[in-house]
Design a protein around this ligand. Structure first.
Ligand code: NZQ
Ligand code: ZN
Length: 389
């Protein structure tokens, strides 16, 4: 097992009736606040008015940027960074799902540099040395952006969707009130859970340096997602279900479960290429890809991990043949995504065409090898894409 550093300095207010702390937390960073949000769900759910009241009560000055799109675009980031510079913003407040949070985290970095915000993502790969402080109010359990240092930004002009991780991007404070997710549609709830499930699977499926305690923790989170997602879809205002999903979203990707494991992810780089060209929902792309990727990586050298997964997460009989357990575990996961959650199961159903596979596969592996559970070359990725048709 590798040595590691555990350092997740995000202050979390979890639960109902915590918004009263918003003013005091924002005030720690200054007086001028940039409030960012998406297409308007925060107004429809009444959160906008509550947030504004807290900001005003604290005597802060607020500027606004709305319209951040799902799969957020670099243009929104540019606009926000410019407002931060022009209005001398002290702190950014992102209210929404992962897209709003990601875009806002990147505005906070863009505000601190003189060059264009896309230069962090193109071949210049500019270092992220600092960022303005970001506070978040999460309204959709999925990406974990509320407690991680990652962002994923799209550029429709270059057909790129690129992720970056940088310490200065960690939110300073995040408000996680499960009641703010009551209005998330069954479809977005399902996609969010597929995303969380993938965040765990990307780390869990690893043949090296396992830490038993972390594997058990990840199995517990996967069982939580499997238990509570259908409940939240049927009973959107079930607090217990929404709370379990919300806290799982944060812990699936906040760095804790990586302890000691050195591993790159596989399905996420592949999915980002789908969203880059087809603008599909991230979690949906992952749900289609993950079981096929698992099938492609299954052989005598990897089967033991599938057995552990199948027995501990889905309760498959441990006395069966290892290969039979492994195959059943993939079927169980597919059944969860496509039957229980009702997500579409093929690329064909969501309009993704085979003609784009070579370019998407090439970009996913960065012209080389995509490291991960099993290293994948362009041809391997194309085959996985074909299995998704
Ligand atoms: O834009 P609004 O009006 O707010 O509507 C959103 C949007 O249409 C809606 N929504 C959010 N909260 C709601 C709600 N509707 C009703 N009630 C609420 N309470 O849901 C739709 C989707 O929102 P979005 O923010 O796009 O979803 P998600 O949280 O899944 O974020 C996806 C983005 O995050 C990236 C993805 O690639 C994608 O771009 N990721 C970020 C990661 C990170 N920062 O670490 C990791 C992930 O793997 C992921 O790649
Ligand atoms: Zn994800």
């Amino acid at each position: 097992m590798n040595s590691f550093v555990y350092d997740i300095p995000v202050k979390v207010y979890f639960g109902e009736n915590q918004l009263g702390h918003l003013g005091e937390e924002l005030s720690k960073f200054g007086k001028r606040v940039l409030l960012t949000y998406g297409g308007g769900s925060i107004k429809r759910i009444g959160l906008y008015d509550k947030v504004m009241a807290e900001i005003k009560n604290a005597g802060l000055e607020v500027f606004e940027l709305s319209g951040i799109e799902p799969n957020p675009r670099i243009d929104s980031v540019r606009k926000g960074a410019q407002i931060c510079k022009d209005e001398k913003i002290d702190v950014l407040l992102a209210v929404g799902g992962g897209s709003t949070l990601d875009a806002t985290k990147w505005m906070a970095a863009g505000a601190c540099v003189d060059f264009d915000a896309w230069d962090f993502f193109n071949e210049k790969w500019a270092p992220v040395e600092k960022a303005l402080p970001v506070v978040t109010i999460l309204t959709l359990a999925a990406t974990g952006s509320e407690m991680d240092a990652g962002v994923v930004i799209s550029n429709p002009e270059t057909k790129d969707k690129i992720g970056r991780i940088a310490e200065p991007l960690l939110p300073k404070v995040s408000f996680l009130d499960p009641t703010n997710t009551y209005t998330v549609s069954p479809y977005q709830t399902a996609c969010g859970s597929a995303d969380m499930m993938s965040h765990i699977i990307e780390v869990y499926f690893n043949m090296n340096q396992d830490l038993y305690m972390l594997d058990c923790f990840m199995e517990g989170m996967m069982k939580t997602i499997i238990k509570y997602t259908p409940v939240a879809m049927k009973e959107p205002e079930n607090y217990e279900a929404r709370a379990n999903l919300m806290w799982t979203s944060s812990w699936a990707i906040n760095g804790f479960v990586n302890g000691g494991k050195q591993q790159a992810w596989s399905c996420h780089p592949m999915e980002h290429e789908l969203s880059a060209i087809y603008d599909i929902t991230h979690g949906l792309g992952l749900a289609i890809l993950t079981p096929r990727w698992m099938e492609y990586c299954l052989d005598e050298t990897t089967v033991s991990k599938y057995v552990q997964f199948g027995v501990n997460v889905f309760g498959i009989d441990a006395a069966l043949e290892p290969m039979a357990i492994a195959k059943q575990s993939i079927e169980k996961l597919s059944d969860f995504f496509f039957n229980t959650l009702g997500l579409k199961r093929t690329f064909t159903e969501v309009g993704i065409k085979a003609e784009d596979f070579p370019i998407m596969a090439k970009k996913a592996c960065g012209d080389g090898i995509l490291p991960g559970f099993k290293p994948l070359a362009q041809k391997d990725i194309e085959k996985i894409f074909e299995m998704c048709l």
